[in-house]
Write a protein of this length. Structure first.
Lengths: 214, 214
């Protein structure tokens, strides 16, 4: 259990609850029963009730849950009720793809800077944001109070770039390089290891095929 | 437990074992003790011994594990000992970024086709692979025996594109669209929900900051 009494398993489901509730809000749904949410989430209704109790979602028998209330409570828990400025280090295809994702901005993550050490990219604009040379990183971070950096540099440069980011004041790194960053404990690292995801896919694929041939 | 007796938790660690063992192989390490592997993996040595026993990795007291043997066994389990041809549907920044990742190819995932419905992209080449119009998808899949498709189209087109892929014979979808695909059970879907990853980062970041201010 975490210090606020919410288990890791629930926390893992929070972004999904947030997504579903957001879709319900957009479609104008004001209330939802645990049964309906259960069908969408592919989780049992009793699990849903247990989960939502954790963050003040007390459904009323016959009335269900207030969608907007739950949505806002989960937003606060996730820290997406406020704006987070984010920079992207490595402005190749992946960095540019992230900068182009308007969805992140809807959840409060606003890309305010793009950096690269390839001078051919300097001045290139993605959604109005100019790619800047790495030399301007330190000042940019402190002037704009940036806490989050997405790291989309090649694996070979990831560790030293991450250390530099921490030295300049970055508190959380969204790491796309397939390597361990080995940073101080207080730095938040969220890894997106695409190769590992692809291996899980392949693991499941060969087992599905085994079943098919039996 | 899965039918072959390996638990889900172990399976989740397999890609990481594979990565570490691969790095050890590259650096010329022939044998490794559970203690050394434990330090790298951030898992207890006894957990490592338990895990590796699952796939025939019986270390010898004082000699440790044979790195190459374990690496090959895990490769077989993950299905990365063979080549998998993969196509990418949606050839924007993200699709191009995936096509450019040489790392996937090292694990046997070879991008052989890129597709898009934006005619401005037709003919554009990424690592020698030409972007083709969606009209050529069906023939391409059957002619090249493609089983895996990465889905990097906008959220609004994801569901119908996925259904089309399944109709054309695709067995596994690597889904980057932030939505549920709702496909037949036998289709493997591996989701990469970047927004959810970013929310976990933010969840952890605000808690780290809380601690700092206490």
């Amino acid at each position: 259990m975490e210090k606020n009494g919410i288990s890791r398993a629930v926390i893992k489901r929070l972004p999904r609850y947030y997504r579903y509730l957001g879709e319900l809000l957009e479609s104008g749904t004001e209330r939802i029963s645990s049964g309906e949410l259960s069908q969408r989430m592919n989780v049992t209704a009793s699990q849903i009730r247990q989960d939502l109790n954790n963050f003040g979602g007390f459904g009323q028998q016959g009335y269900g849950y207030n969608v907007e209330y739950l949505y806002n409570e989960i937003a606060k828990l996730l820290g997406v009720d406020k704006q987070h400025n984010m920079i992207i280090i490595g402005s190749g295809n992946l960095g540019q793809a992230l900068a182009n994702y308007t969805n992140f901005q809807k959840s409060g993550f606003v890309v305010t800077g793009l950096f690269d050490n390839n001078e051919k990219l300097y001045g290139k604009k993605v959604r109005g944001i100019e790619v800047l040379p790495m030399e301007r990183l330190e000042k940019f971070i402190s002037a704009n109070h940036i806490e989050i950096a997405a790291l989309t540099v090649p694996k070979s440069e990831a560790v030293k770039t991450a250390q530099m980011l921490v030295k300049y004041g970055i508190k959380a790194i969204w790491n796309f390089a397939h390597t361990d960053l080995d940073l101080p404990k207080e730095i938040v690292v969220e890894n997106v290891h695409l190769s590992e995801s692809l291996m899980r896919l392949s693991y499941n694929l060969i087992r599905t095929e085994d079943c098919g041939s039996v």
